[in-house]
Design a protein around this ligand. Sequence first.
Ligand code: F6P
Length: 350
Amino acid sequence: MASFEETIMKKVGVLTGGGDCPGLNSVIRAVVRYADKEGYKVVGVKNGWKGMIENDTIDMDINSVSGILPKGGTILGTSRTNPYKKEGQVEKVKANFKKMGLEALIAIGGEDTLGVASKLCKEGLNVVGAPKTIDNDLSGTDVTFGFDTAINIATEAIDRLHTTAESHHRAMVVEVMGRHAGWIATEAGLAGGADVILIPELPIDIEEVCELLKKRHARGKSFSIIVVAEGAKFKEGKLVKQEEKLDAFGHIRLGGIGHRLGEEIEKRAKIETRVTVLGHLQRGGTPTAFDRVLGTRFGIKAMELVLNKDYGKMAALDGNKVTAVPLEDAVSKLKTVDMELYNIAKIFFG
Ligand code: F6P
């Protein structure tokens, strides 16, 4: 017979924090289904760390996760709330953790959400993580879920822009997300056959870009596709932001480099140019099969970490294997673009 302590402690919490991303629901579903098999109750914490501060939860069972695999976003809601930002909120998180009767909490998120998870763990809470972000910029894992869907959306957009670019003999600039890493730009650009790809890791040399485009036009190609990451900046230039305000994690809202670049191309290379900003389209809608499978594997691994009381870790992909890495390692440094991959894309420039 289970001890009194075991009976009251078999409860796990799950939350999703930060920007939403396709595949979040597959992680939640995997956690709930596996937890149910192991005799755990699941508490869904609403809107990321905000729900932990406000004790805003819903009880979950296998019926609450039925039919959610193809759904984008997160059924739990999300926020960019950072409990370390305001005095007294971490204490509230700790008190509510106790009040909810949690044995452990599974935090599904990127650098910010998992950064909080890592700190809370050091302060004694039993937390594990699952890595999400369309940006693919988390260390410790080869890939994050959500990235595959984002690059497929961006690739489709590039494919569609090709036909109109060709008909009108224009240059088309496509601005993609990715914050301070150029993963989406590099992989979608490579898959879509972009003629130039510009990423935050390498400052933009506008002269070089225009030269490439002019050469391409000179060899009879009267259209071009330029993919630019939102975090890319001109040599000696600044990041292009949408507003000055910082979020609770100190991030600025990026966006606008596409239009700046388009103006420069038109002015310097004398090529008619149009700009498309993909924005949140890259985050919305149904996840790819890859992201559903990866999210499911991460959810199962996160729950396995809870069962093994192996706290302070994050599920991760290493080659084809799902492993676990310390949360601290995952959030200590941004994973920027693999230059070997970028150099392959570069062979196709111009
Ligand atoms: O981190 C994911 C991401 O989509 C980034 O690529 C982008 O810069 C940011 O979130 C946008 O955030 P928000 O949804 O708050 O506008």
